[in-house]
Design a binder for this molecule. Structure first.
Ligand SMILES: Cc1cc2nc3c(=O)[nH]c(=O)nc-3n(C[C@H](O)[C@H](O)[C@H](O)COP(=O)(O)OP(=O)(O)OC[C@H]3O[C@@H](n4cnc5c(N)ncnc54)[C@H](O)[C@@H]3O)c2cc1C
Length: 249
């Protein structure tokens, strides 16, 4: 975990309130793993409001160029400030933080399931899985057809399906094909998938992210402690990625 200053190289509005921020952050880019995040100071260097940093996944990396992107959905003051920062501005980051996705080298068919607002947790994973010669299918759950994750941001080799209807019904055939699934969905959707499909309950088959507002992001304040099957865990330090059996079982 390191403090670093990144320089924004581009800020692209994908649609209102959703921005892709590219930045030069060589230290972060060298060590970050899929599913890890950074805590971003979301105010002017001389300001102190909001005081707490905000967590964001590293959406993608270009290691050779020291570049990475954040996919920012505006929710409140911190994310609104971040979405307004333009090329040339500097960002104060703490990261990489947390425990990300675990990919066994024996996996061949990887299924990713994401809700539109949580897609940032999955995209770097897709790139790393393809590098390991896995077949990758991504199901993206969107409430409306005009608020979908842009396919142009994904590697071409990813089989990408947008689900605007019943995810629970559509996931079945893909779960049969997959030998592992990584889910970045709400806890409600994760729970529904878990109880509907026996495969979701198998040992080492399903992983999921747990997201909630974080205060310190580094395991010190203990405010993100959650009760799991195996006892208390910290979302920021032991997660945000957990075995689904631990979260729900
Ligand atoms: C590990 C982790 C990684 C994240 N990665 C990303 C990312 O890559 N891109 C992205 O856009 N967002 C991401 N988030 C969510 C992001 O951190 C919050 O949207 C942000 O902190 C909100 O700060 P704010 O000042 O804009 O809003 P606030 O004023 O702090 O809050 C506005 C509203 O958003 C709600 N809120 C805050 N955090 C969350 C959350 N995690 N989930 C649901 N509701 C929330 C608050 O309860 C409040 O109602 C991530 C969260 C976590 C825990």
């Amino acid at each position: 975990m390191r403090l670093s200053i990144a320089t924004i190289t581009a800020n692209t509005m994908l649609r209102p309130n959703v921005h892709l921020i590219e930045m030069n952050a060589p230290q972060l880019v060298q060590s970050v793993q899929p599913g890890q995040f950074c805590m971003v100071r979301c105010c002017h260097p001389q300001a102190q409001d909001p005081l707490l940093r905000r967590p964001f996944f590293i959406h993608s990396v270009q290691r050779s160029r020291g570049l990475c992107t954040l996919l920012v959905t505006v929710r409140g003051r911190g994310s609104a400030w971040l979405a307004q920062q333009q090329a040339g501005m500097q960002l104060d980051l703490l990261g990489p933080l947390g425990r990300g996705w675990q990919l066994a080298t024996t996996m061949r068919n990887l299924l990713l399931i994401g809700e539109e607002a949580q897609m940032a947790a999955l995209t770097m994973l897709a790139e790393v899985a393809l590098d390991q010669e896995m077949a990758v299918t991504l199901l993206c759950l969107s409430r409306t057809s005009d608020a979908v994750y842009p396919p142009a941001l994904l590697p071409e080799e990813v089989e990408y399906h947008i689900v605007t209807g019943d995810l629970l019904a559509e996931a079945g055939e893909y779960l049969t094909w997959a030998d592992a699934v990584c889910c970045s969905v709400s806890r409600e959707t994760l729970t529904a998938l878990y109880w509907r499909y026996e495969r979701m309950r198998r040992h080492k088959f399903a992983q999921g992210v747990l997201l909630q507002p974080l205060a310190c992001g580094s395991g010190i304040c203990l405010t993100c402690s959650v009760e799991m099957r195996t006892g208390q865990q910290l979302i920021c330090r032991d997660g945000p990625v957990f075995a689904v059996r631990k979260i729900i079982g």
